[in-house]
Write a protein that binds this ligand. Structure first.
Ligand code: CTP
Length: 426
């Protein structure tokens, strides 16, 4: 422990408190600047420096900049009468891990708690923001990719890493986000409620319920090698499936072709085309909730060529398109056993709310999740989403947040709506 006696009572203008965990990486020096930026914005920073982190920055300089006691060891902390590790991990509004090394991410993903940093990250009841920094091969390694996927599904928010030349001389993704970027990401989280419910106490509000979700794009073949597709990554739909499973639902996820992992605890049915997706959804009925998050292709090729279409000596081929079935509308207008809640998405590039309201009534949904998918917002294929929830009752606009966070909150809303409907019927 360093900086004893440095813990100052902050002036009354402290807006928020952050617990900053500084891992062992060359980027640790940037965390010193981050502390300065936090304090400039009246955000108090309590720091933990891992043993590896101490090879790059000294607890003394961290204590000097933060104006607070710096913690380095689990045992000295648990012996400490003043503040235990549980209190340390919960007294902040947000945990920030910067640099988040491959080792720290692996410990977090595995739920290890053998040292101070990992114990705090496991014991916290607040959101976690991670700013990874590592060699690009370590970042791209399947083990790190897996760990990052798990952490995202667990609700950890990532900022960076950025691309660029690395301290080791290689070029690529792995540089820690700049302090100003980490500050902006932290501020955007601090604008939301950063308190996480106790997983067991939060209950399983969808326990005993069946949820069917579509996700990803559809591929509509032109010939054996070509197809029409769209930019949907499936990230939002898959995150909803995971959140619904965590909430206790029995979940069937009907996914178009995606490059992301299947969520745990979910029954996944893989399809390619809109027609196959409709068949799979129909087979999965009845359900209590249907969420149509897939970016279903509106059209397919009227006559798919059994052979590869050749270009030699011909004009560009004319592709005749026919409209695909509207899966959402088909399910929402089922005469028999319509799901109690039918949720559509409205991916728009203009007149977002107006178009989404039209989809709500036109497709007979109970709720439409509208998002702006103009390329400048990077929603399609990106990690964050800014959504508006549209019901007959009005529009609820949520701030920009991680897709995993959107998923958890949406599942919460659906559980409440379902309960209200159930109560109304009894
Ligand atoms: N949808 C569907 N089947 C289709 C087309 C769309 O189930 N053939 C669903 C999507 O999953 C989404 C909602 O309908 O929940 C709206 O999709 P979107 O692509 O935004 O709208 P479209 O109805 O295709 O209309 P447009 O492309 O003209 O905006």
């Amino acid at each position: 422990m360093a900086g004893n006696g440095l813990r100052k009572e902050h002036a009354g203008n402290v807006r928020k408190r952050v617990l900053l965990i500084i891992g062992g990486g060359i980027a640790a020096y940037k965390s010193l600047e981050l502390i300065r930026l936090f304090r400039q914005q009246a955000i108090a920073v309590q720091c933990v420096v891992t043993p590896a982190g101490q090879e790059f920055v000294t607890p003394l300089s961290v204590a000097g900049l933060s104006g607070e006691r710096v913690f380095t060891e689990l045992l000295s902390l648990t012996d400490e009468a003043e503040m235990g590790h549980i209190e340390l991990s919960r007294s902040a509004d947000l945990l920030v891990v910067a640099p988040a090394t491959a080792d720290l991410l692996a410990k977090m993903a595995a739920g290890l708690a053998g040292d101070l940093a990992s114990t705090l990250l496991l014991a916290t009841d607040k959101k976690i923001l991670a700013a990874p920094a590592m060699n690009l091969r370590m970042w791209l390694h399947p083990a790190t990719r897996r760990n990052v996927d798990i952490l995202r599904q667990d609700g950890v928010v990532f900022t960076g890493p950025n691309e660029g030349e690395m301290a080791c001389g290689e070029f690529g993704p792995g540089r820690m986000a700049e302090p100003a970027e980490i500050l902006a990401a932290a501020n955007s989280l601090l604008e939301t409620d950063t308190q996480l419910p106790l997983p067991a106490a939060a209950g399983r509000p969808l326990s005993g319920k069946k949820v069917v979700i579509t996700s990803g794009p559809t591929h509509e073949p032109i010939d054996p090698v070509r197809y029409i597709a769209n930019r949907s990554s499936g990230a939002q739909g898959h995150a909803i499936a995971h959140a619904a499973a965590v909430a206790g639902a029995s979940v069937t996820l009907i996914s178009g072709p995606v490059a992301i992992a299947d969520p745990a605890g979910v029954n996944v049915v893989n399809v390619e085309t809109a027609t196959q997706m409709l068949d799979a959804v129909t087979n999965a009925m009845p359900a209590d909730i249907f969420v149509s998050a897939a970016a279903v292709a509106d059209w397919r090729i009227a006559a798919v060529s059994p052979q590869k279409v050749k270009k030699s000596g011909q004009q560009a081929p004319e592709l005749e398109l026919v409209e695909n079935p509207d899966i959402l509308k088909t399910i929402a207008t089922r005469k028999k056993s319509r799901p109690c809640l039918v949720v559509g998405f409205a991916a728009e590039t203009f007149d977002l709310i107006k178009n989404a309201k039209q989809k709500l009534t036109g497709k007979k949904c109970d709720l439409v999740v509208a998002n702006d998918v103009s390329t400048e917002y990077g929603v399609m294929g990106g990690e964050q989403n800014s959504v508006h929830l549209i019901t007959k009752g009005g529009v609820d606009s949520w701030p920009l947040m991680a897709k995993s966070e959107v998923a958890v909150r949406l599942v919460d809303v659906l559980a409440t709506m379902l309960r209200e409907k159930d109560d109304g019927m009894s």
